[in-house]
Design a protein around this ligand. Sequence first.
Ligand code: AMP
Ligand code: MG
Length: 352
Amino acid sequence: MLNTIIRNMGISPEEDQEALRQAGEILRTGGLVAFPTETVYGLGGNALNPEASKKIYAAKGRPSDNPLILHIAAPEELPPLVRRIPDYAGKLMDAFWPGPMTLIFEKSDIVPRETTGGLDTAAIRMPSHPVANAMIREAGVPVAAPSANLSGRPSPTTAQHVQEDLDGRIDMILDGGAVDIGLESTILDVTGEVPVILRPGYISREDVERLIGACEVDPAVLKKPSKDLRPKAPGMKYRHYAPKADLTIVEGDPERVVAVIRQLTEQSLAAGKRTGILCARESAPQYSGFAVKDIGSRRNNATIAHNLYRCLREFDDENMEVVYSESFREGELGMAIMNRLTKAAGYHILKV
Ligand code: AMP
Ligand code: MG
């Protein structure tokens, strides 16, 4: 058991500076620090130190073939880590860095295979969160960081979520409050002629197309991976984002969906199961009397993305055994929301 230091950020510039100095020292000497980013909380270690990467896998219980994303503080830190930067990747960086976009390049020799899960490619991102940026600068090394949850749990969107999962397993948590976006970064493979989305996120396919003119999507993004359909991001083959409850998405004509969810919930309750409902603000009143969680208005997809993991964790805290959810496909963010929700449901979608 480690004694995990927890530091609140944003109290005073002096205290922030001291916390960041301490975090930088821990990272340089091979320890682990959880920190806020604009997407979710990350669990950081020195990306160039194979022992630090091994510690990250151990703390999370993460399979060692699931590579880590390297976080940098400035675009100038990229070239030493990669072999080649295609022109279109430069355009993407200019437009979306710092921000919620991870790019996959062929890696250079200084990036150890312990960090890349044995692959010859490396995933790199420059986060925009000021605490993340300052911490990476303070560390003076690229910071390998997966989401700061135990493997299989929803990604953490607050420092309390990190503490629930990792207290005593890591050296330090920088508490910067609730994150902004709440879903992990968009991952784009830029090793080929056109960018390919391996994991959808806040930066949408349409955002990339508007800039570059072309953007493909890995077929494994929305379908259940199988022997013939292997996702190019190794992490996407695991049952990520899994709540404890048996989650089913009900999709179709909105009125039918409400009627079917009500009926299924009644049946499940009659069978003695603790049962919850995840729905849009607009339909919440129609489920009154049930344990319903309002994920936000359909008119604001960013709010739905922001609330998704918190709602899933709350169902866990309430020991729900069965959850029925509406579906949220609309808009450019729909792909990212449904990718996470479908995985959480173990691909169980009921079309009505
Ligand atoms: P997480 O750290 O939990 O946000 O997960 C990181 C995601 O990035 C996982 O799905 C990884 O499989 C993916 N990833 C990281 N590095 C690579 C890489 N070199 N090639 C493909 N996917 C990667
Ligand atoms: Mg993760």
